[in-house]
Design a protein around this ligand. Structure first.
Ligand SMILES: Nc1nc2c(c(=O)[nH]1)N[C@H]1C(S)=C(S)[C@@H](COP(=O)(O)OP(=O)(O)OC[C@H]3O[C@@H](n4cnc5c(=O)[nH]c(N)nc54)[C@H](O)[C@@H]3O)O[C@H]1N2
Ligand SMILES: Nc1nc2c(c(=O)[nH]1)N[C@H]1C(S)=C(S)[C@@H](COP(=O)(O)OP(=O)(O)OC[C@H]3O[C@@H](n4cnc5c(=O)[nH]c(N)nc54)[C@H](O)[C@@H]3O)O[C@H]1N2
Ligand code: SF4
Ligand SMILES: [Mo]
Length: 767
């Protein structure tokens, strides 16, 4: 064991607030990363992990979904990748006696930070009905209990099967197969809370819900617009690609309520100049937009594009492209002519001159990429906003050519691959047909429940069993109190996890935790060492093979757990060769190649050096697999959130020291926050208007239509250069404020980045 577990919760008693940083990365990240890896993992494990991280014959970084560059350097990772590796591969284990010492009721009182620090889960544990303790059980007993409970349900639809985006393609494919063979499409995933809005908007308009650019496109772009995304913290190596693009002549524009460090300046640790010098100024223009103002901005931009065309007909729009490939131009033109400039000003908080400037940049550029992440997807009008990105790009043919296109930047390292493998509650009929052809059973055809609907169904007693392949749904989903109660109302909870989190404490009558291997670890099966495969945000699929000894010999791989679970639940005579899946992952991949779109010859192509690119018809051949075969320009009614006098709009962001609900530490260096998380970032002028000052503590109440008082208490106010009227605090704590029913139209993604709130004075004590 490398070090003693931390048994004291860290409170915000030592919280320090300093000025925000202008630039990201550079020396501070290297000096933090390597000592941390060495001290936690020891030199042997640190070397075996970091030297293989993101290398062609090593393992894929399990943190974000940013792709690897074609030419890889020796150290091809960022500070956050190294932190994620350290968090997983640190040889610290939760001992068998932990469970007797810590009742479930006590675990509920612990923070995510504390839970994650206890070490790796190393043996299956079981909490029987009516008790407050988990205790170790054998794998056979664990699967036996799950089989008994799942098979006792009145209907397979009384169970829901969550997936988080770290799961490999092989495990994801096996899991969805098991769930559908069991008889339900209840396959919610973290994507429901993440880029679901993106998938909905892009599938409708261009026929494919994934990025239409590749890694090398960034350096070919004339203009890159980054909307609602904080790459310095969340996709750190994207800054390298942006710097390369910048040096190749691209302009970069950031659209964000916060002046995020990495968007403004980047000190590249791979360049001597980055280590000691000023770094590269990335953003040519920063539009400090109000929360949820992007739809209005995008409409205003498209309106200007159409006005420029009207002023000089035939010179602005890509007429050949529009005629051959698109539909809906007339209706869009008529609609945008009516966009009200006053409403745009109110929604965006931007001056006309700023929008004019961005429009001029857009018109001057032949090749434009627009990237986005959660700042766009987690609003009521998220899907419509992303449709407006597509409108803007289509008008000038900025899709299906080098250096151009829409590029959603995914979060979890394999969240995109999981969807390709069939993890979705509403996979299209073609996929279900393929499953039927391949395996001979009839998969259920009615759509399943997404993440929010699963919580609602648990709350309402319609779902009785909750199974999670990774993740931490109780913390990640909105309306924490409702989610906790809903999950506690289940008959059975099962978590397949690497580490402890709050979803292990808010569980049904009976609960099991099944410990699994992580990406860093050698996965040895009967046929020999196995590799798995993953898909990054630009549709590149590649292998990943762990390099260190597993933390425990009792933990099983995700594929093994799913295969054994399937055998236990579906019986030994089931048509699928589950034992073969576990023995040799080539068996799983063979089926993937027959069932999943674009994965033909999977076992061959995954073994090509660096893997392969999935086909993407709009990107590759300007073919749009929509209902009509055309890319669709859409008309979207602008709707602006009206914030009552004295109220503010709240968003929830990630800190630098966290990965979603996992806390690596309590610092958010780029924003100047140290040793704490209970802060609320407020614009100084709003503070003056509200009669509040920096350092004061407030309770934040959200104002929902349902009349429920939801509050997040004791936040320290930090005077911060955020957009006027727009405040920010950290996810997942902020989820207590977001009503479960407050979701994006169409995608049903929690609208956790535009919550109307009021501030009330609080006692300074924070726990
Ligand atoms: N270190 C770290 N890396 C991560 C993660 C992590 O937790 N930590 N999580 C991973 C996952 S799953 C995901 S999905 C991604 C998330 O990556 P991001 O989406 O970059 O992460 P968030 O912290 O949610 O930041 C949202 C950004 O959008 C801005 N924003 C919020 N609302 C609006 C708006 O209305 N308009 C505009 N224009 N901007 C807005 C915020 O100010 C912030 O800069 O990161 C992945 N990588
Ligand atoms: N308010 C608010 N809420 C949000 C967001 C927001 O911006 N604001 N963001 C949303 C987004 S974008 C996302 S993606 C979700 C995230 O939701 P989730 O994906 O459910 O949450 P994570 O925190 O990523 O899950 C962490 C847990 O995964 C387990 N784990 C880690 N590695 C592995 C592995 O290799 N295998 C297995 N089986 N388990 C593993 C560990 O037990 C760890 O505790 O949260 C969403 N919720
Ligand atoms: S950019 Fe993302 S995938 Fe790449 S090393 Fe950093 S955290 Fe890992
Ligand atoms: Mo995400």
């Amino acid at each position: 064991m490398a070090r003693k577990p931390i048994h004291d919760d860290v409170t915000d008693a030592e919280l320090e607030v300093g000025p925000p940083r202008r630039s990201a990365a550079g020396l501070p990240s290297l000096t933090e990363t390597i000592p941390l890896a060495l001290s936690r993992m020891g030199p042997g494990r640190a070397a075996a992990t970091l030297a293989n991280l993101n290398q062609k014959d090593g393992f894929d970084c399990m943190s974000c979904a940013w792709p690897d560059p074609p030419d890889r350097k020796v150290a091809e990772f960022c500070e956050n990748g190294a932190k994620a590796v350290t968090w997983e591969a640190e040889p610290l284990r939760i001992d068998s006696d932990f469970w007797a010492a810590h009742p479930v009721s006590e675990l509920r009182e612990r923070t995510e930070y504390w839970l994650g620090q206890q070490g790796r889960l190393v043996e299956p544990v079981y909490k029987p009905a009516g008790t407050d303790h988990y205790h170790p059980v054998t794998w056979d007993d664990a699967f036996g209990i799950i089989a008994r409970e799942l098979n006792a349900l009145d209907s397979p639809d009384q169970a829901t099967f969550y997936t988080s985006g770290r799961t490999s393609n092989e495990a994801a494919f096996a899991y969805q197969l098991f769930v559908r063979a069991f008889g339900t499409n209840n396959l919610p995933d973290c994507s429901n809370m993440c880029h679901e809005s993106t998938g909905a908007a892009m599938a409708q308009t261009i026929g494919v819900g994934k990025s239409a650019v590749t890694y090398t496109d960034f350096a070919k772009a004339d203009l890159i617009i980054i909307m609602g995304q904080n790459p310095g913290t969340c996709h750190p190596r994207m800054l390298t690609a942006l710097e390369e693009a910048k040096l190749a002549g691209a302009q970069i524009v950031a659209v964000n309520p916060l002046p995020e460090a990495g968007l403004i300046n980047f000190k590249n640790p791979q360049r001597p100049r980055g280590l000691i010098g000023h770094g590269t100024d990335l953003a040519d223009q920063f539009l400090q937009i109000r929360l949820a103002g992007d739809m209005a901005l995008l409409q205003a931009l498209s309106k200007r594009v159409l006005a420029a065309e009207a002023a000089a007909p035939g010179t602005v729009l890509d007429h050949a492209f529009l005629e051959e490939h698109c539909e809906g131009l007339e209706a869009l033109t008529a609609h945008l002519a009516q966009v009200d400039d006053d409403e745009v000003r109110a929604a965006t908080g931007l001056a006309d001159a700023e929008i004019d400037e961005l429009a001029a940049r857009y018109l001057a550029a032949d090749r434009v990429i627009i990237t986005w992440a959660m700042g766009l997807t987690q609003h009521k009008k998220a899907v419509a906003t992303i449709r407006e990105i597509i409108n803007l790009l289509l008008l000038r043919g900025n899709i299906g050519k080098p250096g151009a296109g829409p590029s959603p930047i995914r979060g979890h390292s394999n969240v995109q691959g999981d969807r390709t493998m069939g993890i979705w509650e509403k996979m299209p009929p073609a996929f279900l047909d393929a499953l039927h052809r391949e395996f001979g059973f009839d998969p259920p055809r009615h759509p399943g429940l997404d993440a929010v609907q699963s919580i609602q169904a648990l709350r309402d007693g319609k779902v009785r069993a909750f199974v999670a392949l990774g993740g931490n749904l109780v913390s990640a989903i909105s309306d924490t109190a409702v989610a906790e109660a809903a999950l506690c109302g289940a008959r059975l909870s099962v978590s397949i996890s690497t580490k402890l989190n709050r979803s292990h404490a808010f569980v049904g009558e009976e609960a099991l935790i099944l410990p699994t291997l992580g990406r860093t670890e050698i996965d040895l099966q009967a046929s020999g060492p196995q590799f798995v495969s993953v898909e990054d945000t630009v549709c590149a699929v590649h292998p990943s093979a762990g390099r260190v000894e597993p933390v425990s010999r009792d933990a099983l791989s995700e594929v093994a757990i799913v295969s054994r679970l399937a055998r236990a639940v579906l019986g030994p005579d089931h048509a699928v060769d589950w034992a073969g899946f576990e023995r040799d992952y080539d068996t799983v991949r063979e089926h993937i190649g027959h069932v999943c779109a674009g994965c033909e010859d999977y076992n061959v192509r995954i073994r090509q050096p660096g893997g392969f690119m999935l086909a993407h018809p709009p990107r590759d051949e300007r073919r749009f697999p929509t209902a009509t075969g055309k890319a669709v320009l859409t008309v979207n009614e602008l709707e602006t959130i009206r914030v009552p006098e004295g109220r503010l709009l709240l968003q929830s962001v990630r800190s630098h020291d966290q990965f979603n609900t996992t806390m690596y530490g309590l610092n958010d260096r780029y924003r100047g926050i140290h040793k704490g998380r209970h802060v609320l970032f407020v614009n100084p002028e709003d503070l003056a208007d509200l009669g509040l000052v920096d350092g004061e503590h407030v309770d934040v109440h959200s104002e929902a239509d349902d009349g429920v008082d939801r509050a997040l208490r004791g936040l320290r106010i930090v005077s911060y250069p955020t957009a006027r009227g727009c405040v920010a605090t950290y996810f997942p704590e902020a989820n207590v404020l977001v009503p479960l029913e407050s979701t994006a139209e169409v995608s049903n993604t929690p609208a956790s980045k535009s919550v109307v709130v009021r501030l009330e004075p609080a006692a300074p004590a924070v726990s």
